[in-house]
Design a protein around this ligand. Structure first.
Ligand SMILES: [Zn+2]
Length: 428
């Protein structure tokens, strides 16, 4: 179950700070479900609308941030209050919070700009409120942007973790050969950052967890164990590997036509819950057949999912992306998909309305549960003559569907800048 999307609030008892400043806590009548991570350029209208009463900001140690939006001249200037959250023992979905600080904006052009540095020692979720004299701000919050600059380097390493029994790729590659190809392709496609090296580790050889991952058992993510991400294998306990990007290679994924998945900006390199990129050596078709994938498909799926890992959205949004749901207490759920985010907001990646209109990936409602923020690369088998071939973003790596292996796909300049700034924000 993925709970990243939703946080219920607990009542905040102290309403006045030590310095007798008034605290405006997030609205206790609401569930905080909307979240923004730095440098995301999508419209995020739901975040904007909920900023005053409480959204989640994803923040990292020592990074500098600016939150900005348009001035509403019909309203007084609002103060931004920031709250750090902390888990409450025995509660999975409920968090506590304390105020971090109150900020007044600078006015730059027609925008309010709030600047701050995060002093946490690990990735954290902060809540917001916007207030005027202790009341929630009533102005319109339009064109919200959240930018961040980190202090870490722009290098990373990959740890390719092979789980269970694996056969060769469709074109006859074993793991070592596949890993060398993966390194070459990652270095070519992620041209704006440096990939130091790729490690290969086998789950059955893990120093403490090895016995849970028998070498002779084909591992199906989501079926062989509950945790789709096989999270416990991330952050391999060995020097040099602890902060590598964990790419988990499994026999297959327990869902039709899915070649790989990742959260959008999980924000952690190393050990953590659901911070891995998962790719299948085979893809399950609706017939139930496990179809062998080529080394190119496997590697390009890893590149695409790693794009999500570093904060890249699909160039064109799918229905699956928009129909995300966060699980709340007692089986309740709340929609978290933002209908304004029909594309990634980058000006150098074209957008294809047909992807959304086609409803290609409309899923039964239930399947969307517990899928908040997961992104997939789909590879439907029969797409001949599909209008998808006319999409202008077909040659972008973050196009949501694999239509033809032979198309030479790439990241745009703005996408690579986003990847690089995300990498420099994430401690490693
Ligand atoms: Zn994707």
């Amino acid at each position: 179950m993925l709970f990243w999307g939703a946080c219920l609030l607990t009542a905040c008892s102290e309403l006045v700070d030590a310095d007798s400043e008034r605290i405006l806590p997030p609205d206790p009548e609401r569930v905080v479900v909307h979240k923004i991570f730095p440098n995301d350029m999508a419209k995020n209208d739901s975040v904007a609308v909920n900023l005053a009463r409480g959204i989640m900001l994803v923040v990292h140690p020592k990074a500098s941030y600016q939150l900005s939006f348009e001035v509403d001249s019909t309203q007084p200037v609002p103060e931004l209050q920031l709250f750090r959250t902390f888990p409450i023992e025995g509660e999975t979905n409920r968090v506590g919070y304390t105020k971090v600080r109150t900020l007044s904006p600078q006015v730059v052009g027609n925008r309010y700009v709030y600047s701050f540095v995060c002093q946490e020692n690990k990735m954290s979720i902060w809540f917001t409120t916007l207030g005027v004299d202790g009341n929630y701000y009533e102005g319109k919050v339009k064109d919200i942007h959240f930018t961040g600059t980190g202090i870490y380097n722009d290098h990373f390493s990959i740890n390719l973790i092979a789980v269970g029994s694996l056969r060769k790729t469709e074109d006859g590659m074993g793991i070592d050969q596949l890993s060398r190809k993966m390194l070459d392709v990652f270095r070519e496609k992620f041209y704006g950052v440096t990939i130091d090296t790729i490690y290969v580790r086998y789950a059955h050889e893990h120093p403490t967890l090895g016995s849970k991952y028998p070498q002779d058992k084909p591992w199906v993510a989501g079926a062989s164990s509950k945790d789709y991400f096989v999270s416990e294998l991330a952050g391999w306990p060995e020097d040099g590997l602890r902060n590598a990007l964990s790419i988990i290679l499994v026999h297959g994924i327990n869902e039709d036509d899915i070649m790989g998945f990742s959260h959008l900006f999980p924000g952690i390199l190393g050990a953590g819950k659901e911070v891995s990129v998962v790719i299948g050596e085979n893809v399950r078709r609706s017939s139930g057949e496990m179809e062998q994938l080529s080394s190119k498909s496997i590697v390009m799926t890893a590149v695409h999912e790693t794009g999500h890992f570093f904060g890249l959205r699909h160039t064109s949004t799918t229905r699956r992306d928009l129909s995300q749901v966060a699980m709340l207490d007692e089986g309740e759920s709340a929609p978290v998909g933002d209908l304004s985010n029909v594309e990634d907001g980058l000006t150098d990646t074209p957008f294809c309305r047909y992807v959304l209109e086609s409803g290609l990936y409309r899923q039964a409602g239930e399947q969307e549960f517990a899928r908040s923020d997961i992104f997939f690369l789909n590879s439907p088998k029969y797409l001949a003559k599909s209008k998808l071939y006319e999409c202008p973003d077909l040659e972008n790596i973050m196009f949501p569907v694999t239509v033809n292996e032979d198309i030479n796909v790439s990241f745009s300049k703005q996408q690579m800048e986003l990847v690089r700034s995300s990498l420099m924000i994430i401690p490693h």
